[in-house]
Write a protein that binds this ligand. Sequence first.
Ligand SMILES: Cc1ncc(COP(=O)(O)O)c(C=O)c1O
Length: 331
Amino acid sequence: VLATLPAGALSYGEPAGHPVLREALAGLLARRRGVVAGADRVVVGQGVGHGLAVVAAWARRAGHTAIAVEDPGSTPIWELFNAHGLRPVPVPVDAGGLDPDRVAALTGVRLVMVTPAHQFPTGTVLAPDRRRALVAWADRVDGLVLEDDYDGDFRYDRAPVGALQALAPERVVYLGSASKSLAPALRLGWLVAPYALVGELAAQRRYHDLMSPVLDQLAFAELIRSGGYDRHLRLSLRTYRDRRETVRAVLAATRPDWTLSGIAAGLHVVAEVGENAPALVARAAAAGIRVPSLATYATTPAPGVPDALVLGYAHLRPAELTPALQALATV
Ligand SMILES: Cc1ncc(COP(=O)(O)O)c(C=O)c1O
């Protein structure tokens, strides 16, 4: 990529991202995730976290002070919102995901963040009627839905559920990144915004750090253009599916009393352990195994929701996973 670039390409570029990458992403996201994405809706950034910070900065200027978030949910993202002056308001998640009626019942909240394809961390899918109700609510209150599609490429039993954004492209900001497909360390992400907002979000992005590194953007665009990224995603899908199967098989053999919940997707699985998960987490830590409990991601444990472990497996080879799980099964 570097060898083909004129010197001028290394100067400051568009805050929304290099046009070549925005075009490539628009095609990729439309094709793989059903996102309604012209390049003119895309803003390139440094991951979902960065995209949310950009949206939060805009939201504060637009008068928002709070945002509804899934509970349990990604607690680091709650902290991020807090740090940007948006109060996260936890809304309980059940088997159908976030309940839009509970969001609608909040006063003074016109923003919500959801993980519709694979709720983090419980692993459910946002039910179809709730998807529709959520965007209808956003329309009614002149609000906005932030769709965190952090692991939407990875569904193992069927084609992934398409992006919520397609239901209402003017009411949803779709956010994704290369963190789960390549590596978090790349800090490469994107958002797809309503037309009414994309200019303002690009401006906020410029106030943050002017723009993303051009070489990274063009290298990633070339990976997409060449078909290499699709091949890599197909390979990763198989790899992660095998690792998930290893988790299922090892735990079925060693802990038949534990129940795995959530859809076959993503990079983690929830294991209901039928005992006080924090105590098990403490015993695991003493044995050198770091594993969080579901309660770590919740404000208050939901009544009737069994405590559980959240097992991230995608970064471990079966030869590493198997002994780790066997050890966990007996702590
Ligand atoms: C649910 C969820 N959303 C967003 C992120 C942040 O991702 P990124 O690396 O794209 O900022 C994470 C990170 O693990 C996550 O688990």
